[in-house]
Design a protein around this ligand. Sequence first.
Ligand code: ADP
Length: 299
Amino acid sequence: KGPDPDVVAIAERLATVKHKILVLSGKGGVGKSTFSAQLSFALAEMEHQVGLLDIDICGPSIPKMLGLEGQDIHQSNLGWSPVYVESNLGVMSIGFMLPDPDDAVIWRGPRKNGLIKQFLKDVDWGEIDYLVVDAPPGTSDEHISIVQYLQATGIDGAIIVTTPQQVSLIDVRKEINFCKKVGVPVLGVVENMSGLRQPLSDLRFVKSGEPGETDATEWALNIIREKAPELLSVVTCSEVFDSSKGGAEKMCIEMGVPFLGKVPMDPQLCKAAEEGRSCFADQKCSASAPALRSIVKKV
Ligand code: ADP
């Protein structure tokens, strides 16, 4: 039996892509698409040529997160053309093909696999440095086929996104074991929504109302600012989810995979995602952007 013609076609198509990164999560709603979108923005801002492929077929949120809602894909004799945010950031998603964004895609495995295969085979990315693949959550049949197809041309590895609580981490362990089993290197784990960190300017001080009386919160913060500025992030950060068992970092040590870092919950990041913007473009995402930037540097 000769080589699978689909695998050969995909390998040929993706020969112009230098690095392929798969973004995975054990569960939905942990911020995988947000991370994929911001990773792509960050790589593009570093002047790389970037492609973002959204194969989360049941919940394609990438068009919205990149500010591309309502856009169409075009076909040329070279294949399907991605939709471009910038000349060096192209995006492909099933979301572009749905007539109505409210349409639920309820497809069975083989049809989903068919579309994923077609995406990998027919999208004309051109010469690019990075292809970021936003995969569906969990470990399903689709994942096995994605990995098989990507492995034919070499895949750099997977980044796994999780939240700090045990229910999410249990699924991440499964995800890591899946990667080990199918031979995809784990580039690392990102702990998202890790505490709620508020910049000091956002803190509402309790004013006593009495003129001349020192406001207690401001007074305490001033002392910390002066004597131990490194503690500011601690006093302005509250844990949202229970991470008393050590969170993702401890799990990474146990499982022998790299821990890439924590991204706090940041209302401004959520807003940037809703509005399809990069969180690095201005100073608004002061709680999450520095964390994301340091993670991107490790990738
Ligand atoms: P997934 O792809 O894992 O299903 P999403 O990326 O769609 O998750 O994120 C779910 C929601 O949470 C989105 O509204 C997103 O903007 C928001 N979100 C993700 N990460 C953060 C964060 N660190 N702070 C605030 N909101 C976030």
